[in-house]
Write a protein that binds this ligand. Structure first.
Ligand SMILES: C[S@@+](CC[C@H](N)C(=O)[O-])C[C@H]1O[C@@H](n2cnc3c(N)ncnc32)[C@H](O)[C@@H]1O
Length: 767
């Protein structure tokens, strides 16, 4: 039996979509999905897919039918509530108390629509599922209201749309705040976001985590998606890099105690969420029904092994490495796991995670599977491939392990998650621990850790490993650039790979990694990373004006000058990121971004003010270090004015606040919102703040203006007060008296000067 590759575009047009009945009643809701697109161009059926997976013996025949039918049902949407714990709990409170109760009894066209519900296995109810197609949203005011809330909060970065099963790997990494974590194939970054949150999970104790997160992606353009992701999480412990994961560079990192002999950079946790054929996302990416073929998995098998094997070198002894794909295919899953277990010769072992996330339904990994050629022909061994050229290209590691090998491997410890088990996408996850040295660098690090004498031979070998790796980076780059001309690369180009199992908004499709020189990527310009001297005049000026806490580390600032000698923005990094930046090999690392922007140089000077303004993304750090000199406390009434009005003047605020403001020089300050009076006032109409809220504000001669971008301001105003902020300054100016206009104009000149591309709301609202 052979599976020929279906030609693209040979799918039947205007075929009515076929939704199979689902066992759990979701077929009722499916009706609304199907109404949405009655003449879908994709037929949800693929004989080759069905035969291939049936042959893999994944489950009983009866269950297979259930599995296959469930693939045809459109995926419910799922989301995660993100951000620091306190902020996430606040959003959760709103969802649970304001929205879910109102959606309990919605019936549309005789079908009862279930309200959003928490994913039972996701910790602290922070993962949610919503089974409401567009038609339901249109017809139900309750769902419509919730949808608007979701859109606003997603834009503000407080909610992240992510496929439920894609949330599993970071949870199984078991990350602690002090750990160093590498995400090898990270873009667009939904799992990175979860990792950053885990490293910051102790933030309520006001601790700067000792851990760090490096998010890497081989695709230069996609690696910039990680910058966006990290920016809203405001972590000084984060770095985005751009390398082929299989050749992630070796870096020496200065030792903590300052002693000589820097250590090789290794991580406590590594995630290899490798590029894969993505057939586990078929419910969302319907095109897979049309495009599916065995070629996709076979073409990626070797790349997956290389990335995972490099991950094993980069993880510390005692550390954890997680391998995952959004594919059902054993060639991309167990076969990769088995080969890397083989190659690492007992240095890593599969961890039994059956007790973790107990409510998550899963099946064990396969111990055996069927292999095909690229033409879809089932084969038992390499000898079955008659064409010599084909045989040369086929990886022997695609075949299942021998009975002897299996005894050591424990492949059943892998997790297979199927869509019909809990109405999700499909995923494969395997969790490993490094238990023995794998490289000379491991042996050196282990000996140093134990305080043992380090054998000279190991040190030399470790240095050689470093050099080989550096050389490899250059060689692979060249090889990759040349590869474009080769036949393999041409065929690879045809394969559309789903990069993202995550159900994020962007339905990104990427090709397997092909190195592209940076100059080919338009629109992306990078500034160099330069550590600032702790006693630099700029930092002295900032310290003075904002009364920075003397204990705040001034030697952890980065200057990114964007080619401007005076520098525009000051970024703050954690001490662990600083160690990396100070590595003698730092230039080997293609760093895309790091640090949280705390201060921005203003384009025009302000009389008696600081040349630097504060940023909204820096608030969580600055809140603890800016003195009372540049701080105001306001109540909810004042906050409402600040958020809802486009350009509030001082006259609108209570006298006590006005008095304090008058004593301050013009410029930036921090506003702390006090909601302790909530019960005493008409708090029932609005959200009670459970986490502290701090905002950057520009204090002008006669006005106070919140320095938030439009999206964040709108989300906050809507969430707390249920209103949309005023946004048209012209309209406001027209309404104002001559006197007010004059004064506002005076202030607007100063305020406009503090505006940057990111905090653009003020410019528009004051000019
Ligand atoms: C499945 S996606 C990762 C999804 C991501 N972990 C998330 O949760 O948002 C795979 C990613 O691997 C990247 N990639 C492909 N080949 C790579 C390689 N050799 N090294 C590192 N990344 C690679 C792709 O650009 C793609 O962004």
């Amino acid at each position: 039996m052979g599976f020929s590759r279906r030609k693209r575009g040979n799918n039947k047009k205007n075929v009515e979509t076929k939704a199979a009945p689902a066992a759990d009643g979701s077929e009722k809701v499916q009706k609304f999905f199907d109404e949405r697109k009655p003449y879908a161009i994709i037929e949800r059926d693929n004989e080759n897919f069905k035969k291939y997976y049936k042959a893999q013996n994944l489950m009983s025949d009866q269950e297979f039918e259930q599995f296959y039918n469930h693939l045809k049902i459109i995926l419910p949407s799922t989301f995660r509530i993100t951000g620091s714990r306190a902020a996430a709990m606040e959003i959760l409170d709103v969802v649970e108390k304001n929205y879910v109760p109102s959606m309990q009894d919605v019936v549309i066209d005789g079908v009862k629509i279930e309200p959003p519900k928490p994913l039972p296995w996701y910790p602290d109810n922070l993962g949610w599922q919503v089974n409401a197609p567009r038609l339901v949203i249109k017809k139900s005011p309750e769902f419509q209201k919730f949808h608007t809330f979701m859109v606003t909060e997603t834009e503000a970065g407080n909610i992240s749309r992510q496929e439920a099963v894609s949330m599993v790997p970071p949870l199984l990494m078991d990350i602690k705040p002090h750990q160093w974590v590498l995400d090898m194939c990270a873009a667009p970054g939904s799992k990175t976001a979860q990792i950053i949150e885990a490293v910051h999970s102790n933030d309520k104790l006001n601790e700067m985590p000792a851990g760090l997160v490096v998010a890497n992606d081989a695709d230069y353009k996609r690696s910039h998606m990680l910058v966006h992701q990290s920016k809203r999480l405001q972590s000084p412990c984060f770095m985005a890099t751009n390398h082929d994961g299989a050749h992630f560079p070796n870096i020496h990192v200065p030792r903590l105690d300052g002693s000589p002999n820097p250590v090789g950079w290794q991580f406590d946790r590594v995630l290899c969420d490798v590029p894969c054929s993505g057939d586990g996302t078929i419910r969302k990416n319907e095109k897979i029904w049309d495009n599916w073929s065995t070629v996709n998995g076979l073409s990626l098998h070797s790349t997956q092994i290389q990335i995972f094997a490099r991950g094993c070198q980069l993880v510390k002894i005692g550390g954890r490495i997680v391998y995952s794909t959004c594919s059902f295919n054993p060639i991309e899953n167990e076969a990769v796991v088995a080969e890397v277990l083989r190659q690492t010769k007992g240095a890593i072992r599969l961890v039994d995670v059956s007790a973790s996330l107990p409510q998550l339904k899963r099946k064990p990994g396969l111990s055996t599977w069927k292999v095909t050629t690229k033409d879809g022909e089932f084969i038992e061994s390499m000898e079955d491939i008659k064409d010599v050229r084909q045989r040369k290209k086929h990886a022997p590691s695609t075949f299942p392990p021998t009975a002897e090998e299996l005894k050591e491997m424990n492949l059943e410890r892998c997790l297979r998650i199927y869509p019909h088990q809990q109405d999700t996408g499909g995923f494969f996850v395997a969790v490993f621990e490094k238990i023995k040295p794998l490289t000379a660098a491991d042996r050196v690090n282990l000996a140093r850790q134990k305080g043992d004498k380090v054998p000279e031979a190991d040190v030399e070998e470790a240095e050689k490993e470093m050099d080989v790796s550096a050389e490899e980076i250059i060689l692979t780059k060249r090889a990759n650039e040349d590869a474009a001309a080769e036949e393999e690369a041409v065929s690879a180009k045809k394969i559309k790979i789903d990069a993202d199992a995550d159900g994020d908004e962007e339905e990104e499709k990427v090709k397997p990694y092909e190195s592209k020189p940076k100059r080919d990527v338009p629109g992306i310009k990078e500034a160099p990373f330069e550590m600032m001297a702790a006693d630099s005049p700029d930092l002295k000026e900032i310290t003075e004006f904002y009364g920075l806490d003397p204990n705040f580390p001034r030697d952890q600032f980065l200057l990114r000058s964007d080619g401007n000698a005076k520098g525009r923005s000051l970024y703050f990094v954690s001490s662990s990121i600083k160690r990396v930046l100070e590595s003698k090999d730092f230039s080997r690392l293609q760093t895309v971004n790091t640090g949280v922007r705390l201060f921005v140089r203003q384009s025009s000077p302000v009389e008696n003010g600081s040349p630097f303004r504060l940023t909204s993304e820096g608030m969580s750090i600055l809140d603890g270090v800016v003195s009372n000199k540049r701080r105001l406390t306001v109540d909810m009434e004042v906050l409402k004015i600040l958020l809802a009005e486009a350009f509030p003047t001082l006259e609108e605020f209570p006298e006590k606040l006005r008095e304090k403001v008058h004593t301050m020089e013009s410029g930036c300050c921090i506003v702390h919102v006090d909601d302790s009076q909530h019960e005493a006032t008409n708090g029932q109409d609005r959200l009670k703040l459970t986490a502290s809220l701090v905002l950057p504000v520009w204090k002008g001669k006669n006005s106070l203006n919140v320095l938030l971008n439009k999206t964040d301001k709108k989300a906050l105003c809507q969430r707390i007060f249920g209103i949309i902020p005023e946004s048209t300054p012209e309209h406001l100016l027209q309404r104002s008296t001559e006197h007010q206009v004059l004064r506002k104009k005076q202030d607007s000149a100063a305020t406009a000067s503090v505006t940057t591309a990111n905090d653009d709301s003020i410019t528009k609202e004051t000019q």
